[in-house]
Design a protein around this ligand. Sequence first.
Ligand code: UDP
Length: 341
Amino acid sequence: MAKRVLVSGGAGYIGSHVTVELINAGYEVVVADNMSNCDMTCFEGVKKITGRDDIPFFEIDCCDYEAVEKLFAENSIDAVIHFAAYKAVGESVAQPIKYYRNNLVSFLNILEVAKAKGGCNVLFSSSATVYGEAENLPVTEQTPRLPATSPYGNTKQMCEDILRDSVAAYDGVKGIALRYFNPIGAHPSALIGELPRGVPNNLVPFITQTAIGKRKQLSVFGNDYDTHDGTGVRDYIHVVDLAKGHVAAVKYATATLGCDVFNLGTGTGYSVLDMVKAFETANNIPVPYEIAPRRPGDIDECYADPTRAYEILGWKAEYGIEDMCRDANNWQSKNPNGFEA
Ligand code: UDP
């Protein structure tokens, strides 16, 4: 079993939840983050939830090769889960070089160090965005990837390819790409969660900010999609379930050879209006909304076939949609200001 896991981007939304679940499962975790899109709120929350005051934390940028090399050399890392990446689709269209440089260089550095040390299990944080507008739903890992529609999506595809080729070429380097559907919610303790910077791009943070009165109303982007109520359908997954999927993948990575890919989703799609209703029911708070024009680049629907992760990793999502909405609201209520730096 891998003993010490490096979580790059471990002070962020998903990374902090993964750090908690790894520690709960008995792993030693080393967190690295350049703090470009978070503050210490979540790392402090991780320490409280786990009762561990001694989690090693390194404020480094994975684009700095020497810093990554030093981190590996000094911490005998057995596996790395690489989250450290920019993730705003619209910003990636406006600033492609920033996205390609950051997302590719940081991952190349991780792989280069993994290769130089003679091997490592490398888990890459990928996304269902690689499937684009799939012809057949639900999407399985065999569903063909479609050309990316943003530099952000392209970095996910390119990093998956770089991982596959590196695993094929370098002895001891093993890899898993985890394709996330739509992670939402927060740890039930409400000590860690998502801190969107400024106006949220994603649906659920916008709903939670509307519910606490920070935003006047939700704009529902389009009601003429080819879905049961005309609004976009996605596979929302509780971030704690998603985090547990990583623990299962780390366990599997150390026991096998080669490169693999898993969908992490629930298998169920909910529309934007389903989400508004679920949120209102779970929290007994109204969410005012208006129907607005479609957002460019959005697709009708996307949801996972998560069978492979269940059959091979023994993992499946447990939380329901109302749990996700309740935990999202609890976190938002306790952290009304988010990350404004
Ligand atoms: N959405 C919306 N209003 C918002 C944000 C998102 O109606 O303020 C819709 C969006 O069009 C999509 C769904 O909610 O159908 C999920 O969007 P999100 O950005 O959260 O995830 P992604 O598009 O990356 O799947």
